[in-house]
Write a protein that binds this ligand. Structure first.
Ligand code: NDP
Length: 296
């Protein structure tokens, strides 16, 4: 039976480390890190995320600023708000909650964020810095996955890593991070031939597909470390619903060496890494050393 990688407990420790780093920063004459979250429209899931981000930010001793705009707000108004936040010295991190309404160009909005305040790590400058080994802001979900992997495996050099999914927010940055760890990385996607065979090569398998329980146990190499990024809501058979990952947990746990559960695996790491990135951004803005244990 696989070891269960408890992301909830790990994230709680990381949030504790963030709170310590906030206090250290203050003691060194630095600012209270400020995170501005911008929500456009009424998307129910986004509202829940924004609320929990605000709460976690305040609990870590940081300043949370929330900006809510109507769903039909012109893009120019959102860009003006981003420019105002870019110029505000009390704001160290800016997060524009995605998805944006259909009339907006998300790429243009992300491009308008100051890369130094881009705590989501989606700005093209941060994408480029990550790919070239520079001092990037690293996207929160892959950063959380990396922390869990390091905690379990330590040195990953030479391991076969397969990332299932090639999105800009999870799959691609995850592949870059594993390459930085000197893994031999394969990125698989919907056009990959022999997906089961590719997955069976993996010492490290990261699944970020968005398909409920798509990866069965017999795609997994015995002893592999499996990180399940997927969050899928499915009927629970009793008129309600439940969350499952992209990996069929029960059968995978019989084969894997370690596996993240859903919920309670990668999910809690994402918000903790958002806080960590905001503290890192605040330390950089103040010209102070970056706190240990919060990033790469
Ligand atoms: P996207 O939909 O942007 O990307 C999905 C990827 O999976 C694509 O690259 C796609 O391939 C690939 N894919 C889809 N179907 C198949 C298939 N049948 N076989 C092989 N590959 C396939 O999703 P995201 O990366 O944004 O998210 C992935 C999952 O992670 C979702 O469940 C999401 O909810 C979850 N998530 C969780 C987070 C967390 O905090 N835990 C944060 C972000 C996401 P192609 O490119 O060829 O179309």
């Amino acid at each position: 039976m696989a070891q269960i990688l408890d992301g909830k407990a790990f994230a709680a420790r990381l949030r504790g480390r963030v709170a310590e780093a906030v206090a250290e920063l203050g003691a060194a004459g630095g600012p209270a890190p400020g995170l501005a979250v911008v929500l456009v429209g009424e998307d129910a899931a986004s509202q829940v995320y924004v609320r929990s981000k605000g709460r976690a930010t305040r609990e870590a001793g940081m300043v949370s600023l929330e900006h809510r705009l109507a769903a039909d707000v012109p893009q120019a108004e959102l860009l003006a708000l981003v420019a105002q936040l870019n110029a505000d010295p009390a704001v160290h991190g800016i997060l524009v909650q995605l998805p944006l309404p259909a009339h907006m160009d998300a790429a243009a909005v992300i491009a308008a964020i100051d890369p130094a305040k881009d705590v989501d790590g989606f700005h093209i400058s941060n994408v480029g810095l990550l790919a070239t080994g520079g001092r990037a802001m690293v996207p929160c979900t892959p950063l959380g996955c990396l922390m869990l992997l390091r905690d379990r495996l330590g040195d990953m050099a030479g391991l076969e890593a397969v990332v299932l999914g090639r999105s800009n927010i999870v799959g691609k940055p995850m592949a870059q991070l594993l390459l930085r760890e000197s893994c031999t990385v394969t990125v698989a996607h919907s056009r990959t031939r022999d997906l089961p065979g590719v997955c069976r090569r993996a010492d490290i398998l990261v699944a970020a597909v968005g398909r409920p329980e798509m990866v069965p146990g017999d795609w997994i190499k015995p002893g592999a470390t499996v990180i399940d990024v997927g969050i899928n809501r499915v009927p629970d058979g009793a008129g309600g619903s439940r969350l499952v990952g992209d990996v069929a947990f029960a059968s995978a746990a019989e084969v894997a060496g370690a596996i993240t559960p859903v919920p309670g695996g990668v999910g809690p790491m994402t918000i903790a890494c958002l806080l960590a990135n905001t503290v890192t951004a605040a330390a950089r803005a103040a010209g102070l050393p970056e706190p240990e244990g919060l990033g790469l």
